[in-house]
Design a protein around this ligand. Structure first.
Ligand code: BES
Ligand code: MN
Ligand code: ZN
Length: 503
């Protein structure tokens, strides 16, 4: 999808020839009074009561006098906040499903815009028209291919527009890989996707296989992979947009390309959805695709442990004890709690990059789905500054998360008689005990964990990847890049800001 940002008055928007013109109408007329045929149309439609300006209320018009585009859709945009703009654009796009509708003008000139609103509009536009085609040749390709985004003053909105377009790139990359079935998204295929991204500098990709991972002593990661015929991959990506030696943000994404549960096998119903269990990995790949496009001045490392979790004669059994890269031993009481096993070794590995922060992203627990549903991702961190930064990035990017606690009492249930820890606690507080498990491998790290089990995909009729939390991650990285302490820190050995530990 091609987006273009333009300065357009209402008259210029009406004079542009396109297949459709989507006009956002605010609740209260903004200071920028508009003129021409669109002004007449909006005035008449609102006074007649045919158009309400509540968010998402709409009116479809055809061949309006003085307007070049055959179709004009007016959509109420309420108070014009980015969240309202997103809803309004989604509603408007829902009315534009006609075949042959290629070129769209999205006119935002009636609103008093902020850059985040332009970003939200661009994302909603892409979201509504995304089509998965990789394994569905009969699917109709995306209809709308060219979008002109019209605002009163393009220059003032350029940054928001660029961020929005980069988020779309990242979200669509993540969706594309997460939506692929497991036989079209094996660990090796994910590695190839990461290598392909590296062809666009300044990304470098390194892929480690079973022998390398054995040499590193990643016994927990290897244990999960041992039941599968597909060889594991440890994918390491580097985006070096910052100063040489400046401490990177490290993203660690859970890359279980299919989770059967292993010997602790899952029920058949909805097991197909476990192809999405590499949603964390997909979000890391997507974020790198966005970084390649936006090229901010910061260093970022992406680490993806990728494998299948299968039942097999070679598979790990409940009660097996493995030794992690950290040296700590783990009693695998439930082979379905595999995400934490691959992540713990990846987190130990992350320390070598001397990160300014490490964020792992994982479809980790069904318990997090119960706790937060599909609206907010679960956020865990003992470090207030990182937690606040991630929380705020999520709000700004309209990809929200919610912080959950990490009291040490929650770790009680991880005690084992046969190893340094078990890999599961009880059912109670399951999202938190999973996070407590990971915390045992991050003592020295400025670490946070995002449980995206509820937010990475949708089930039911609209089954599919959401591409979340790419917007949150990209926003967080951009915020970090803008922090003055980053530019100053060139040694890369110290975490710049003072860290506070939560009791
Ligand atoms: N990939 C699942 C988590 C999951 C489950 C995500 C359902 C989305 C929907 C994870 O590997 C898993 O199986 N977790 C177990 C942990 C349990 C055995 C402690 C779970 O949540 O049931
Ligand atoms: Mn599992
Ligand atoms: Zn899993």
């Amino acid at each position: 999808m091609d987006f273009e940002l333009k300065s357009l008055s209402a008259e210029q928007a009406a004079a542009l020839s396109a297949d459709a013109l989507l006009v956002l109408v605010p609740e209260v007329a903004s200071a920028t009074a508009i003129k021409g045929p669109l002004a007449t149309l909006i005035e008449q439609a609102t006074t007649s009561g045919d158009l309400e300006t509540g968010v998402g209320k709409s009116l479809s018009c055809y061949r309006v006098t003085g307007v070049k585009s055959a179709r004009v859709i007016l959509v109420g945009a309420g108070d014009g906040t980015p969240a309202a703009v997103r809803k309004a654009v989604a509603a408007g796009m829902g009315l534009l499903k006609q075949p042959g509708l290629k070129r769209l003008v999205l006119w935002l000139g009636a609103l008093s815009m902020e850059p985040a609103g332009v970003s939200a509009a661009v994302q909603a536009c892409a979201e509504a028209s995304y089509v998965y085609t990789a394994t569905k040749p009969s699917a109709k390709a995306r209809a709308v291919t060219d979008v002109v985004v019209g605002v009163p003053q393009a220059a003032a909105m350029q940054a928001g527009f660029d961020t929005g377009v980069a988020m779309v790139t990242g979200v669509e990359f993540a969706k594309e890989w997460a939506n692929r079935p497991a036989n079209h998204a094996t660990p090796s295929m994910l590695a190839d996707a990461a290598r392909k991204l590296a062809r666009k500098s300044p990304i470098k990709t390194e892929v480690l296989g079973p022998k390398d991972v054995a040499a590193l002593g990643m016994g927990a990661f290897m244990a999960v992979a041992q039941g599968s015929a597909e060889p594991l991959r440890l994918i390491v990506m580097r985006y070096n947009g910052g100063e040489k030696g400046s401490a990177p943000v490290v993203l660690v994404g859970k890359g279980i390309t299919f989770d059967t549960g292993g010997i602790s096998i899952k029920p058949a119903a909805e097991m197909d959805e476990m192809k999405f269990d590499m949603g964390g990995a997909a979000s890391v790949l997507g974020t790198f695709a966005a970084l390649a496009r936006l090229q901010p001045r910061i260093n970022v490392v992406g680490i993806i442990p990728a494998c299948e979790n299968m039942p097999d004669g070679q598979a790990i059994k409940p009660g097996d004890v493995v030794t992690s890269m950290s040296g700590q031993t783990i009693e695998i009481l439930n082979t379905d709690a595999e995400g934490r096993l691959i992540l713990c070794d990846a987190l130990t590995y992350a320390a070598r990059f001397k990160p300014r922060s490490v964020v792992d992203i994982a479809t980790l627990t069904g318990a997090c789905v119960i706790a937060l549903g599909g609206v907010r991702s679960g956020l865990f961190s003992p470090h207030d500054d990182i937690a606040v930064a991630l929380q705020q990035a999520g709000e700004r990017a309209l990809d929200p998360c919610w912080r959950l606690p990490l009291d040490d009492e929650y770790a009680e249930s991880l005690k084992s008689n046969f190893a340094d820890m078990g890999n599961v606690g009880g059912r109670a507080g399951g999202a938190i005990t999973a996070a407590k498990f990971l915390q045992k491998f991050t003592a020295e790290l400025p670490w946070a964990h995002l449980d995206i089990a509820g937010t990475a995909w949708k089930g039911g009729a609209a089954k599919g990847s959401t591409g979340r939390p790419v917007p949150l991650l990209l926003q967080y990285i951009l915020d970090e890049a803008a922090r003055p302490s980053v530019a100053e820190s060139t040694t890369g050995t110290k975490v710049p800001a003072k860290r506070t530990r939560k009791a």
